[in-house]
Ligand binder design. Structure first.
Ligand code: NAP
Length: 309
């Protein structure tokens, strides 16, 4: 068995598969652990009443998988061939073959795709407050988005910035009430509604933003030192195009539990989840995929044994 991905879904699949003696190989990606490596406090993962830091949680996931014999390699899967049997998964310097593959490649932060954004990435523009927030001590920081990610980023950034402005394209938030209440009650956070960012200004460092009020269509320059984009995620399915069925937003589709359209390939976590996207639902998906894969392998062995008789 090969597991591609090492967030809560991939590593839970690895725990279950390893305990079922399937000796899974986990292609964990150059940076293992998935999105929780980029978060701070995780307060809603059951079993940690005081909360736990995202990276600490993922270290525990990995240790648990390795304890039962999963091999975790910090390499990216670069291509797959699911038209052959066994299934083929390639990395930069190896080709692996397996009877079953669990795809748990997760999702990545989305960008606004506006002028200046790429040029000033790492120079004021970021999608990761945990990674880059400390660079903006006493600065004015803008967060774009109206979901839980945006609220979380804004709250976290109050530790550093002197002021945090959340710009949202609508007049109401999408985030959960508890996160919205916390952000709206925070003295350092203010909100600009019906506002979109159209350009990031500055040559070597961000100097401000050109923004537009979508209600009256007015455009103006907003002085700020940093922009954190928190507008959701895109599934990491590039290497599966043409190999697995994807929906219109490029999420891998599944039927009958975690099965994909290819025999022996199962899917778990955010790469297949347009709706919940929680660490605990990803972990549950990993468990389901490993159990489905185990059943698939049992049926395969049974069929092979039957054909030998
Ligand atoms: P999300 O819920 O999809 O929210 C994305 C936000 O970005 C929305 O407010 C959306 O605006 C806005 N947006 C999207 N594209 C935009 C664009 N091009 N320009 C400007 N704004 C844009 O994504 P998320 O916040 O990453 O959350 C995803 C899931 O993870 C949710 O289920 C969330 O509950 C969960 N999550 C939970 C926690 C937590 O519990 N601690 C933390 C983070 C995330 P509209 O509202 O107008 O669509």
């Amino acid at each position: 068995m090969i597991v591609i991905g090492s967030g809560p879904a991939g590593l839970t699949a690895a725990v279950y598969a390893a305990r079922a003696n399937l000796a899974p190989l986990v292609l964990a990606g150059g940076l293992y652990g998935g999105q929780l490596m980029l978060t701070t406090d995780v307060e809603n993962y059951p079993g940690f009443p005081e909360g736990i830091m995202g990276p600490d949680l993922m270290v525990r996931f990995r240790e648990q998988a390795e304890r039962f014999g999963a091999r975790v390699e910090n390499v990216d899967a670069t291509s797959v061939d699911f038209t052959t049997s066994p299934l083929v998964v390639r990395t930069d310097d190896a080709e692996h073959r397996a009877k079953t593959v669990i795809v748990a490649t997760g999702a990545s932060a989305r960008w606004l795709d506006i002028p200046g954004e790429t040029r000033l990435r790492g120079r004021g523009v970021s999608t990761c407050a945990t990674c880059d927030g400390a660079f903006f001590r006493d600065k004015h920081i803008v967060v774009v988005g109206g979901g839980d990610s945006a609220m979380e980023e804004a709250l976290f950034l109050t530790r550093f910035g002197r002021r945090v402005t959340v710009m949202h394209r609508r007049g109401s938030l999408r985030s959960s009430k508890i996160m919205a209440d916390r952000a709206q009650a925070h003295e350092k956070i203010d909100f600009m509604w019906h506002t979109v960012v159209e350009e990031v200004l500055g040559d070597t460092h961000m100097k401000g933003l050109r923004v537009r009020n979508v209600m009256d269509d007015s455009t103006f320059v907003f002085d700020a030192d940093a922009l954190f984009v928190a507008i959701g995620h895109t599934p990491n399915t590039g290497i599966f195009k043409g190999q697995l069925d994807l929906d219109e937003a490029a999420y891998i589709t599944s039927s009958d539990g975690t099965a994909t359209n290819v025999d022996g390939v199962f899917v778990a976590g955010d790469v297949n989840d347009v709706r919940y996207k929680q660490a605990v639902t990803a972990a549950a998906g990993g468990c389901r995929a490993a159990m489905d894969a185990e059943k698939y392998l049992e049926a395969l062995e049974f069929a092979v044994a039957g054909s030998r008789q």
